[in-house]
Ligand binder design. Sequence first.
Ligand SMILES: Cc1cc2nc3c(=O)[nH]c(=O)nc-3n(C[C@H](O)[C@H](O)[C@H](O)COP(=O)(O)OP(=O)(O)OC[C@H]3O[C@@H](n4cnc5c(N)ncnc54)[C@H](O)[C@@H]3O)c2cc1C
Length: 484
Amino acid sequence: MDWSPLLQRWQGQVFRPGERAEIGVGKQLAAAGRPLPTSALWLRARSECDVRRALDFLARHEQGFAVRSGGHCFADLSSHAEVVLDLSELRRMELNLQGLRAGPGVSAGEASAFLTSRGRLLPTGGCPGVALGGLALVGGFGLLGRSHGLVCEQVQALRVALPGGDLVEASAHHHADLFWALRGAGAGQFGVVTELLFDTQPAQALNVVHGRWSWDCAADVIEAWQTLAPAADPRVNLELSLSASDDPEDADEGPPLIELFGVVLAEAEEVPALLAPWRRALGSLAEALCEWRLPAAAAASYLCGRLDRRCEPAWQPSQPYREHGYQFTKSGFFAQRLPAGAIQDLLAHFAADRRYAQYRELELIPWGGAYTATSDQRPHADCAFSHREAQFMIRHTAVVGARSNAELRAHARRWAQASRATVAAAGNGRVYQGYADLELPQWAQAYYGADLPRLRALKSRHDPWLLMQHAQAIEPSFQDLPKG
Ligand SMILES: Cc1cc2nc3c(=O)[nH]c(=O)nc-3n(C[C@H](O)[C@H](O)[C@H](O)COP(=O)(O)OP(=O)(O)OC[C@H]3O[C@@H](n4cnc5c(N)ncnc54)[C@H](O)[C@@H]3O)c2cc1C
């Protein structure tokens, strides 16, 4: 194809195959567990005009493309295409009386630093590098989620370039269908989001909680956690993490361990009462619990992952990655408790057949609280995120390094699949769309549930030619396709 009509007026950078390694794709891990693809053309937009020009050109040439903001998609859906439209330079931020206006390329860490210095806060996820573009479109959970709801519920309006190049503003009052769909099901589906307007909250001090136990306590801690965490006061948001280092033989770090971590978003004097049920349920295990009271600025750093679980500065890369390791992730939601037998199977599988240079982690993420809100309770909860019934989510992760061989990667993949299988019968069959999984057979049903027919009708209306094409693009519904 002759790209020159587009490239002559292009303001941003353009990369062709071969140049990609030099620019670095900025990814630590190939999250779908396979090498990152090479695209024929990588268009890094500098402005909304660039985006519209690209969409107009691509539509006229019926050329499909992927959209990328922060590049953190677990299935690498933002990188697998002939043409990648990269929005990482759309990073303008402005705070005014309406809220925070941010480009899709703004990372959670950048938004946090910008807002903290102005006394405000945006609830995000726990990884500072994830971009607001992708995060707000998949839903977005984090350590303030049980109190404030999803990241997508903080969105008041979005500017969207539709396939073909038309620009619209979607809000509760304009293009309300698109506003509904983008918040939860918008990742690479209906249009390219060029700006988001978020509500913000006053920055607030909070308590950080951390506990660490040896492996023989794991079953008891999980039992206590699944009773308490999903039903706790919404201001209490505590996750469980089970981890096994990449050196099983190491005397200190070899044995797997279990950690509880998270926040209590309350005045200092209220915290003891909020944690009392946890101390009672954990009994003597509660002696391992530590707490820190963080002032608002440090709290914001902790929430977006710039401080680690014990409030120490978290390690951050100083350069873009030139080589990437491989990550294998499975996840699922649960609407009921894990039976004791499933916990035993999960733990036995976690600790069995470990390999040198293979790291494993299980994360148990509490749901409930504000995640269950209906649109009667909070108008912004009327969005395409339907995982409202869940009690918690489990993520199973194996990571191997860039120099790993095919056998070690295959072993890690099998481990993650089998780990999910140990608890699958207790799950509700639903999967978080923000943890996109290429191996999921019924992915559309698992991500979107009963919202799927409405989403398919909207796909027919906004992207009937399937220009926004990736392995998990929503199928347009035939009867809703434009005539002619
Ligand atoms: C290390 C790590 C930690 C994470 N932690 C959390 C967490 O705490 N909470 C949580 O909820 N999730 C978390 N996630 C998942 C993450 O939120 C999602 O993968 C999110 O979609 C990534 O957004 P991105 O812009 O960085 O990634 P990208 O790969 O750029 O985009 C993700 C998806 O959104 C689409 N997209 C991106 N920008 C746009 C746009 N402007 N318009 C239209 N479509 C777009 C892409 O095509 C792709 O399908 C984590 C992921 C990683 C890798």
